[in-house]
Design a protein around this ligand. Sequence first.
Ligand code: AMP
Length: 114
Amino acid sequence: MVEETIFSKIIRKEIPADIVYEDESVLAFRDISPQAPVHLLIIPKKLIPTVNDVDAEDEMTLGHMFVVAAQLAKEHDVDKNGYRLTVNCNSEGGQEVFHLHMHLMGGRRMQRMG
Ligand code: AMP
């Protein structure tokens, strides 16, 4: 069974979030606990818990998330210096919210991946 997370409430505007982008399939908002000067979360409106749950019908939405990420990176002025896009999966991947999301982090030099 697929359980909703706090991100479903954000999509339905039942709890506040600092929304920076929205269209019919994707929402983006500022991370509540930013790990970089720019730290945005880009999520599909469809509840896909983890990358393991992705299927072929999600290809358009997931590809669109990259288009939105590139647009947001420009708008937040991190495109030239660079930024990191991260999708965590399950416990060893560091996933805490089980609604697939892409972190966009920029505005500082990122550490090596570890
Ligand atoms: P992850 O560890 O990849 O699952 O990332 C979940 C992210 O969601 C964390 O960076 C949290 O700070 C962020 N987060 C959790 N609750 C909220 C919220 N209500 N609004 C914005 N960001 C949130």
